[in-house]
Design a protein around this ligand. Structure first.
Ligand code: EPU
Length: 419
């Protein structure tokens, strides 16, 4: 299993380009199932989860052609097997994103039920309840969820009990070909929902309100092909911003969308990090000598992203004072804490809060990644720690960060991959 070997203590300097957003590319690839015509996508990040989604589309019968480094052409002219098997779902829960488009276009879908995962139980009951509102029949057997809608789906009101990102995306994709109007209340407002809606609109869908908590979809008879470039990955960009801050470096994070990062940038400025936007889509981040502790609570967008919580906590180990980091989205997203403690951090967990006392000098250690964002926080801690850190199980990181060691090395970090 691959490891990262990192020698800490260097301030990062230079310019790094942001890749396309993994969490946008995943629903957008699933949306290709909604038309028989080709869909051409740019800025598709080359990360493991995307390869998994592409393999899933191929398994179902779609053609997927990589036309360039980050360009993919997908055509779902024929779908022989409208199903996501367990082997795929167990490695990537976002496979449930095919449920909505399959039942919407073909009236049938089978998706293996995801089990629990490192960060929480993560059920998909809200996806299936929404589909039932649209008239799908849902049944469960042998660990699979089957959805069918023999006469097609019908528009309806879907009110989510709690905000769900992929659930909102799944229901939008189911509704675009349904008969009549669907109104989604308490919808997720994430930029990835907006990006998916932008692609669907280019394909001929009629969607209003994406980016707000009420989304209206007027069903249409068919969708056509389109070309679309994925939005920048706000979580990757945020991770580089924190990397610059934690190493007290001077870094340009280019090709990003600062608007999508506001909650993080506000916290970092309060903490004493200097952040400017010298040109559109480029953030200059300079880490100051004295970092102040600033509390953070994860929320749905536009609140502080849970996908940046672990990285932010690594930074707060270097801040003066006590920081309270509260996790409100997932019930078990503190798996990085024991590993940060092994590196010398002072963190206590009380329920859904982590109490970080800083600053602490971190020292390199052998640590283990438990999920995608936890692994990012360990790499960040390693960049500021004295001596060598070995991060095990970097396959977690490979799921969502494109060429991460190359990008960090380009900023002067001493990082290498070992087999
Ligand atoms: N939830 C339910 N029932 C459902 C769906 C969700 O109870 O049917 C709960 C979840 O267990 C969780 C909360 O609702 O406690 C919010 O989950 P949500 O559905 O919004 O998460 P998701 O759509 O499964 C996406 C991202 C995650 C990100 C979350 C929250 C993708 C592919 N994944 O997951 O990204 O953390 O939204 O912003 O978009 C990551 O990239 O590392 C990652 C985990």
């Amino acid at each position: 299993m691959d490891q990262f070997v990192i020698e800490g203590g260097l301030a990062l300097k230079g310019r790094v380009e942001t890749s396309g957003a993994k969490n946008s590319a995943l629903p957008v690839l699933a949306a290709c199932l909604l038309t028989a015509e080709p869909v051409v996508l740019d800025r598709i990040p080359r990360v493991k989860d995307i390869r998994t989604m592409q393999a899933l589309l191929k398994h179902m019968g779609a053609t997927v052609v990589e036309e360039g480094d980050n360009r993919v052409r997908v055509q779902a002219a024929r779908i022989d097997r409208p199903e996501a098997p367990y082997e795929v779902v167990k490695t990537m829960r976002a496979s449930s994103l095919v449920l909505g488009p399959l039942v919407g276009r073909f009236g049938a879908a089978q998706v293996s039920m995801p089990g629990g995962c490192a960060i929480g139980a993560r059920p998909i009951n809200l996806h299936t309840a929404g589909l039932e509102q649209l008239g799908a029949r849902i049944s469960q057997s042998h660990g699979n969820i089957e959805a069918s809608a023999v006469g097609g789906l019908r528009g309806a009101e879907v009110h989510f009990d709690r905000i769900t990102v992929t659930g909102t995306e799944d229901i939008i994709m189911a509704a675009v070909l349904a008969q009549g109007e669907t109104v989604i209340e308490n919808a997720a407002r994430e930029p990835e929902v907006v990006d998916l809606s932008a692609l669907l609109t280019k394909m001929g869908a009629r969607i209003e309100g994406a980016g707000t908590s009420t989304i209206r979809v007027q069903g249409v008879e068919r969708l056509g092909g389109a070309e679309h470039a994925i939005i920048p990955d706000r979580i990757e960009a945020g991770t580089f911003v924190i990397a610059a801050a934690i190493t007290r470096g001077d870094v340009l994070v280019a090709g990003c969308e600062p608007e999508h990062l506001q909650a993080l940038l506000v916290k970092l400025r309060q903490a004493g990090v200097e952040i400017t936007e010298p040109e559109r889509g480029v953030l200059r981040v300079r880490g100051g000598a004295n970092l102040r502790s600033i509390d953070a609570t994860t929320e749905e967008h536009p609140g502080f992203a849970t996908d940046l919580q672990a990285q932010y906590m690594a930074l707060m180990t270097q801040a003066e004072g006590i920081t309270i980091v509260s996790e409100r989205i997932f019930e078990n997203r503190f798996m990085h804490v024991p590993e940060l403690i092994r590196m010398g951090a002072s963190i206590r967990i009380e329920g859904r809060q982590a109490i970080v006392a800083g600053p602490r000098r971190l020292s390199g250690a052998h640590v283990m990644a438990s999920d995608l964002r936890a692994s990012a926080s360990l790499v960040l801690a390693a960049l500021v720690a004295s001596g060598e850190t070995i991060v095990d199980r970097v396959y977690h990181m490979d799921r969502g960060y494109e060429r991460i060691e190359e990008k960090l090395a380009g900023l002067g970090a001493r990082i290498r991959r070992a087999k």
